[in-house]
Every structure is written in structure tokens, then in C-alpha cells.
Design a protein around this ligand. Structure first.
Ligand code: MN
Length: 160
């Protein structure tokens, strides 16, 4: 028992120290979510660093994929579509969702977004604050995602 408490204490302190944000940076660190950070998304599909953790793997009973993505400040997905749509739940930070041809929607903790089926869109973090999002993709028998071109800096910076 004593060993366990000591180990737990060391683990906690280690996490606390490694979790400290860099106070010299003006960017807000929201990377400490309730899930592990996961794997770095591939550069062919993301600009900047986006970390993905799978929470529910696809199977024939649920036909649903769930996961969590942490977008570092300035990071965003490429333009893409979901054949059966997608639901986003923002759990921390500040970010954007944009449907092609519409203004950027600013996202905050607690926002829930529906990305309609086969609608071209992207999502990601704001320039100075990262964003944690959970995603749900239903009806995966229709497909999960179709990746398209990167979101350019001009598109990312535009308010149109
Ligand atoms: Mn999407």
C-alpha cells in the first residue's frame, strides 16, 4: 500500500510538472483533456499539429466512430466531407468550423456542431488557443471521411 501511494504521488507530480504550460508563450495551452493526446494526424490531411485518439472503433453493431482531437493553436483539418455527416462536441479551447461558401463559425467549450452529410467543411483551432473536440460519425456503412485540399492561410485568416 505504501509503495502504491508513493508511486501514485510520483506519477501525479510528474504529470503536474510536465503539464505546466510555458508562461513565456502568449498561446493558451488546452492540451490537457480528459483523454490521452493520441497520435499525430498525417500532414497530408492536416495543417499544423492535430492529435487524434479513438474512443469508439467502428463495428457492425453500432456503425459509429467516436474520437477526440486536440488541435494545437493554428492547426486545422483539410477541407473534407463525411458521407453520413459528423457531430462535434467542443470540450475546451477556441476554434472554428466552416462550411464552404459560409462564414467561419467560432467554437467554444460546450458548443455542439452538426456537419451535414456530403457538405465540404473544415474544423480546427484558433491562432492563439488550441481546441479540444470530440467527434461522432454515425452510419459508417456509408463511409467515414473524404479528404480534399488544405485550408490555405488566406482561407484560415478570412472572416468571409
Ligand atoms: Mn469533419
Amino acid at each position: 500500500m505504501k509503495l502504491f501511494v508513493t508511486t501514485a504521488y510520483l506519477l501525479f507530480c510528474g504529470l503536474t510538472i510536465s503539464g505546466c504550460s510555458d508562461s513565456s508563450s502568449s498561446k493558451k495551452d488546452v492540451s490537457q483533456g480528459m483523454f490521452t493526446k493520441g497520435e499525430l494526424g498525417p500532414a497530408k490531411n492536416f495543417t499544423g499539429k492535430a492529435w487524434n485518439t479513438s474512443l469508439v472503433a467502428n463495428d457492425s453493431t453500432y456503425s459509429t466512430v467516436m474520437g477526440n482531437v486536440y488541435f494545437e493553436p493554428g492547426a486545422r483539418s483539410n477541407w473534407h466531407t463525411h458521407p453520413a455527416g459528423q457531430i462535434l462536441i467542443i470540450t475546451d479551447g477556441v476554434g472554428y468550423h466552416q462550411i464552404k461558401g459560409q462564414p467561419k463559425q467560432v467554437l467554444h467549450k460546450g458548443d455542439v456542431v452538426k456537419c451535414p452529410p456530403n457538405v465540404l467543411h473544415w474544423h480546427g483551432a484558433s491562432p492563439d488557443t488550441g481546441m479540444q473536440q470530440m467527434y461522432i460519425i454515425p452510419n459508417t456503412e456509408k463511409g467515414i471521411v473524404q479528404w480534399m485540399q488544405p485550408v490555405t492561410d488566406e482561407e484560415y485568416d478570412s472572416n468571409e
